[in-house]
Ligand binder design. Structure first.
Ligand code: ADP
Ligand code: MG
Ligand code: MG
Length: 904
């Protein structure tokens, strides 16, 4: 049998299904699926992506079977639609549409009303009795054909489209604003003017032969797979070039037949909030792209209820049917022709983080999906949106009252952002680099603006709806966005916008409320999100916040399925309390050096460092002991019976030294030495490469009295809190160990102190002594180190630094270049380099547990809150990850997803 390249759909039966996205593209597969489940879809056929691949591999040739298969499929369409392609009495018109595996909104081309010429247009007039409509289709077709197939479409933003130019001058001449005001004769004139423009600009005549038109359009769609925009988009979204696009040829339905016709785009749920409501936009007497093109302002879908109640009801029924079938929120295109509803597209809808969580939870409660599915539907990083700041309402109200609410657009990306306004993407990137907060304002955005959108706190556009580029991208990035604020007159040239007589210049502060769509002049302080208000500030009741409810449910489900523990990095009681509120099960890293800076402690620390002998050091340490002890008491009280891993002193000592003369004098006086002598001492502590210098356990080994003091502070604090009946679990962690002997030396110091302390208090505390694994040698000799260590914690910041031989402090100069030029796939300080650093970790886990079967292993580097790294930690069977308090929820969710993927 010959290869099959063409798949028919129509009359309730399709050759494709939704599972055939690779072959039919997303659009084609879903048109087939909708046809099969009885949704009204105009008949048509899909030419598979294999033809696209063939076309590019064979110098723009088609497989030889294609022509016949297209003819056969067209015949079937004609039979269903009771009309004939190219027939002058009863012409069938089609659209020719692109459609890749994943949607690439607006990147490729579509031609509508194909099949019209000077003869068939007469047939269309006779058939419909509507000359205005027929010529409206005809002028649209000639322009689209000229743009898409004959290459007259402007490539750059500033180029003019010849057809738009003709249209605009015609409207101006007639003194009208909208294309709906053009008469049949006007439209007929436009057709001939358009054709003339084609002859002039394209160097060839508009083809009157429908078959020629068809093949021209099919070729143009295949070619559009490799247009500049599409290539850039694929790069940004990791879509491989070899996938190719399918071509959908589909009978036209007409939203431009008059007042009983319309076209629209819709979501089965609100994509900004997740509310279960019919959501979208439509335009009466319009076709295709008119809704998103911003020529006329579309109406809210809800208004359709008043205009066409029956259609609205049917639309709702189909929404329910599609959701029940796909078990997912859908984004759809529909057209109403003379009161009859047709569906032209459906796909899973893009949504904000808020909406994603809401929809996942609601769908579980509606019985559409189960908890596991819900957990896999959301992205851990989207939690940032639920935790993200909102405006201080008082300040906002004040601005509103004083008339600073200057515009309103669509609430396309929720959250609150305040920043200085810039008007192009490059400025946004540069200003951000200088440390400014910026809002990027554009008339509309295009894929070229993506970097600027990423750099901005928020995005503001004057044009475009909920489905515009700005709105889609902002939702994906999780950015604050107000789209389509139509009253703004933005001038790129003068770098300002004007609205109702007010002028906002480049650099002025504005504020965007992405949840309401409001644009305000001036700066507003932001404040914690509802989740934070409930969990941390306790300024809001859980029962008053829907968002909190959603958050809580997802988090509870995540805890049900995850096997990986989640701890936090915290060194203050209040931080620890926050982390517990976020679900932390312990502290994975308590840095003691932060405590050395508080109040007058730094003075004692400096005296300790600078005194020339052990006696002087001990004297200074004695001053520090009670203070450190108090710190730990505070933390143990908050953490109760949860484990608390405390790291002994880690940074190189010179980080604590005085650099200013006044401070140096104070220290010299306290030590009873001269300023010169002190300076010489400071000089002697200087290191060329402090990251590899006298730091970590190397300090405690040369100056055991430091470790002694810290161990005493920890264990005495533990005893004090245990006396109050709390089952404290301190874990003492020795940093930067490379050789087991280093750990052994420190372990002995700690254990000796422990005995003294337990004797003094007359009680015992269960404690552990373990180490960080942050040097390659430690990972490699994990079996030896585990002879002493009772737990491991991977310090992946230093481990990455030392594995790559890459200075964390200096890498900023070249790492971005590396990532941009694909030398490294990602910044290894952001996500664990699984192939390099990760291998050392796997080795460390395996060899550590060879010696000590139940060795407790965690991670406390920055990676502990990064989803792909969390999944890695799960895979290599760590016991827990530890991350900053605000990332604890993200880690919990990522851990649950890792566990669920594991079971699959
Ligand atoms: P895109 O992928 O850019 O959305 P589409 O192929 O979906 O491009 O089509 C562009 C517009 O034309 C959409 O609004 C769509 O609904 C409309 N359209 C496409 N085919 C038809 C058709 N057969 N009848 C009526 N409208 C159509
Ligand atoms: Mg579409
Ligand atoms: Mg370290």
């Amino acid at each position: 049998m010959a290869d099959k390249y063409v798949y028919f759909f129509g009359d309730g039966k399709a050759e494709g299904t939704r599972d055939m996205k690779n072959l039919l593209g997303g659009k084609g597969a879903n048109l087939a699926e909708m046809t099969n489940i009885g949704i009204p879809v105009p008949a048509g056929y899909t030419i598979s992506t294999e033809v696209c691949t063939y076309y590019y591999n064979n110098k723009d040739q088609y497989p030889k079977e294609l022509e016949q298969q297209v003819k056969d499929a067209l015949k079937k369409v004609e039979d269903v639609m009771q009309a004939k392609f190219g027939n002058k009495e009863n012409p069938l018109l089609v659209s020719v549409r692109s459609g890749a595996r994943t949607s690439m909104p607006g990147m490729m081309d579509t031609v509508l009303n194909l099949g019209l010429n000077d003869e068939t247009v007469q047939g269309l007039i006779r058939k419909t009795g509507n000359a205005r409509f027929a010529y409206d289709c005809y002028r649209r077709f000639v322009a689209m054909y000229g743009d898409v197939v004959l290459g007259l479409k402007p490539v750059h933003k500033d180029d003019v489209d010849p057809f738009e130019e003709i249209m605009d001058s015609r409207k101006k001449k007639l003194g009208i604003e909208f294309d709906t005001e053009l008469s049949a004769d006007d439209l007929k004139d436009l057709v001939s003017e358009f054709k003339k423009a084609i002859r002039e600009h394209a160097g060839q005549a508009f083809p009157e032969d429908p078959m020629k038109q068809l093949w021209g359009a099919i070729g143009a769609v295949f070619k559009s797979w490799n247009n500049e925009r599409a290539i850039i988009y694929r790069k940004l979204n990791d879509i491989p070039g070899h996938w190719g696009t399918a071509v959908n040829v589909q009978s036209m339905v007409y939203g431009n037949m008059g007042e009983d016709s319309a076209t629209g785009v819709a979501f089965t749920r609100n994509p900004a909030t997740g509310d279960k409501e019919m959501y979208g936009e439509f335009l009466v007497n319009a076709q295709g792209e008119d809704v998103v093109a911003g020529i006329r302002t579309p109406q809210e879908l809800k208004k359709l209820k008043d205009i066409m109640p029956d259609v609205y009801k049917q639309l709702g029924e189909i929404f329910d049917k599609l959701e029940a079938h796909y078990k997912e929120m859908q984004d759809m295109e529909f057209t109403i022709q003379d009161g009859r509803l047709w569906f032209l597209q459906t796909r899973a809808g893009k949504r904000t983080g808020f909406a994603a969580f809401r929809i996942a939870v609601d769908m579980v409660e509606e019985g559409l999906i189960d908890k596991k599915e819900a957990l896999m539907r959301v992205e851990p990083n989207q939690l940032n949106q639920l935790l993200r700041p909102i405006f201080d309402m008082n300040q906002k109200d004040e601005l509103v009252k004083s008339g600073k609410l200057i515009a309103k657009g669509l609430n396309a990306g929720p959250g609150a952002a305040s920043g200085r306004v810039v008007f192009n993407a490059q400025d946004a990137v540069e200003w951000k680099k200088r440390g400014e907060k910026v809002i990027l304002a554009r008339i509309e955005t295009s894929p070229e603006d993506i970097k600027g959108m990423d750099a901005a706190e928020g995005i503001l556009t004057a044009r475009g709806g909920m489905t515009s580029h700005a709105a889609l991208v902002a939702r994906q990035m999780g950015k604050v966005c107000v789209a389509g604020a139509g009253s703004l007159n933005i001038s790129y040239k003068t770098r300002q916008f004007e609205v109702d007589g007010k002028v906002v210049k480049e650099g002025d502060w504005i504020s965007l409320d992405g949840s309401t769509g409001e644009v305000l002049q001036g700066k507003i302080e932001t404040k914690p999100s509802e989740v934070l208000q409930v969990l941390i500030d306790k300024t809001m009741k859980a029962s008053d916040s829907k968002t909190f409810n959603t958050y809580q449910k997802i988090m509870n489900w995540a805890d049900e399925f995850r096997t990986l523990g989640v701890r936090t990095n915290a060194d203050q009681p209040d931080q620890s309390a926050n982390a517990i509120a976020f679900g932390a099960e312990g502290i994975g890293l308590c840095r003691t050096e932060h405590m050395f800076f508080g109040g007058h402690r730094i003075q004692a620390v400096r005296e300790m460092i600078l005194s020339g002998d052990e006696k002087g050091r001990r004297k200074a340490l004695e001053v520090l002991l009670p203070m450190q002890k108090e710190d730990f008491i505070g933390i143990f009280k908050v953490m109760q019976d949860r484990p608390v891993t405390i790291r002994t002193l880690d940074p190189p000592l010179h980080e604590f030294l005085p650099h200013e003369e006044k401070e140096q004098k104070e220290v010299a006086d306290a030590l009873g030495v001269s300023l010169e002598k002190l300076r010489a001492k400071i000089e002697s502590l200087h290191e060329f490469n402090p990251m590899l210098g006298h730091r970590g356990c190397r300090l405690g080994i040369v100056f055991p009295e430091i470790t002694e003091m810290q161990a005493r502070a920890i264990l005495e604090a533990a005893c004090e809190v245990k006396k109050e009946g709390v089952n404290v679990k301190p874990e003492i962690m020795i940093p930067l160990v490379g050789h087991v002997n280093e750990l052994r030396a420190q372990d002995q110091v700690v254990r000796k102190v422990a005995e003294e302390v337990f004797e003094k208090y007359g009680l015992k505390v269960n404690y552990l002594v373990g180490t960080m694994i942050e040097l390659p040698r430690a990972a490699i000799t994990a079996d030896q180190i585990a002879e002493v260590a009772e737990f491991f914690s991977f310090g992946t910041n230093d481990l990455t630094q030392t594995t790559f031989g890459l200075s964390r402090d200096d890498a900023g100069k070249f790492l971005p270049y590396y990532v941009e030029h694909d030398i490294l796939p990602r910044d290894p300080f952001e996500a664990i380099d699984q192939e390099g650093v990760g291998r050392l970790m796997e080795w460390g886990v395996e060899y550590g547990r060879k010696t000590r079967k139940d060795l407790k292993i965690g991670i406390c580097g920055e990676h502990g809150g990064e989803p792909s790294s969390v999944e890695f930690c799960h895979r290599i069977k760590m016991n827990y990850v530890s991350c900053s308090p605000f990332r604890v929820p993200i880690a919990r969710l990522a851990a649950a997803q890792a566990a669920l993927r594991d079971k699959k």
